[in-house]
Ligand binder design. Structure first.
Ligand SMILES: *Cc1c(COP(=O)(O)O)cnc(C)c1O
Length: 315
């Protein structure tokens, strides 16, 4: 069956024992934590984790606990781990590439703290797989931690191009429990077979042509540089997400609409998706963009920001 082939391929690709697919990574995350966190356990989440992780944490049993550490703040993570030293099970969860900032989680430190506090690490690498890492295996590969991270979640709908689908990969015992108990798996449709086949092929292509991830990163890097040369300062990062902070929500939305009218689709994000007063436009570089496309886009962006009197990331 195509789903089994896909699940075997995902597990192999991420150096995990086993994997399970869902209709989306949203479903994967909301289906994982209620199964993973047993009575008395604690799930510890980065403050800027994706909404689906937050909802997954909210869905854990009443006798399990959830807590938050400040974004990428390892002293704070250590503090929260110490606070829960008495809990039988501790689970740390983080985005690999943060979806609104574009920065990478400090995974080496997270893994080190997890080992010293006997905690599991879950990484949602929805924006990392296919983009980051020498062969596109994501943030975990970027840091050389493929064998050290316990559980991976991710989407098949971003760099892997299928438009839908998500997965959890990890130890067989975890995946077997999800098959038995994970509610979105039991009570909701699977990834459509056509999408599963497309995702399987996307991973095979990436395995055959691992340099694709590097080309994409080089394009994103070129785009960042070109923006900077035109006076626009995107948030720093290593993935294909290039956010530029505008500030005011109304202005950010107006710029995004003008960009669309000019032929460039880039979404504006404002409160509550990002903090109040930090509205931003998120550009996403794709493998199919040419150097000319990126230059054209950067010029349109600079002109549009200028027209709106926006500083383009500069304070
Ligand atoms: C996009 C995203 C998701 C949701 O993925 P879907 O497959 O669209 O549900 C989950 N986690 C992170 C970190 C994301 O960026």
């Amino acid at each position: 069956m195509i789903h089994e082939q896909l699940e075997r391929k995902i597990a192999e690709f991420l150096h995990a024992e086993s994997a399970i697919t869902y209709s989306s990574c949203w479903s994967a995350n909301t289906g994982l934590f209620p199964v993973l966190a047993g009575a008395g356990d604690v799930v510890i989440s980065d403050a800027l984790n994706h909404a689906s992780i937050i909802d997954g944490c909210r869905a854990i049993a009443k006798d399990a606990v959830r807590d938050i550490y400040r974004h990428a703040d390892m002293a704070d993570l250590a503090r929260v781990l110490d606070k829960h030293a008495d809990k039988p099970g501790k689970i740390i969860v983080t985005d690999g590439v943060f979806s609104m900032e574009g920065d990478l989680a400090p995974l080496p430190d997270i893994v080190r703290l997890a080992k010293s506090h006997n905690a599991l690490v879950v990484v949602d690498d929805s924006h990392g797989v296919g983009v980051v890492g020498p062969s596109g295996r994501g943030t975990v590969e970027h840091y050389g931690l493929l064998e050290r991270v316990d559980i991976h979640t991710g989407t098949l709908g971003k760099a892997l191009g299928g438009g839908a689908g998500g997965y959890v990969a990890g130890p067989r015992v975890v995946i077997d429990s999800l098959i038995q108990r994970s509610r979105p798996h039991l009570f909701s449709n699977a990834v459509p077979p056509s999408v599963a086949a497309a995702a399987l092929e996307a991973i095979r292509i990436l395995e055959k042509e691992p340099e694709r991830a590097g080309t994409l990163r080089a394009k994103a890097e070129l785009f960042r540089k070109t923006l900077k040369s035109k006076g626009i300062a995107p948030l720093e990062g290593e993935g294909a997400i290039v956010p530029v902070v505008v500030g005011e929500s109304v202005k950010s939305k107006a710029i995004s609409q003008d960009l669309l009218a000019g032929g460039l689709l880039a979404t504006s994000f404002s409160f509550p998706v990002v903090p109040e007063g930090a509205a931003r436009i998120r550009f996403q570089v794709s493998q199919s963009h040419s150097e000319a496309d990126l230059n054209w886009a950067a010029q349109l962006i600079a002109d549009t920001f200028h027209k709106h009197g926006a500083t383009g990331g500069h304070a």
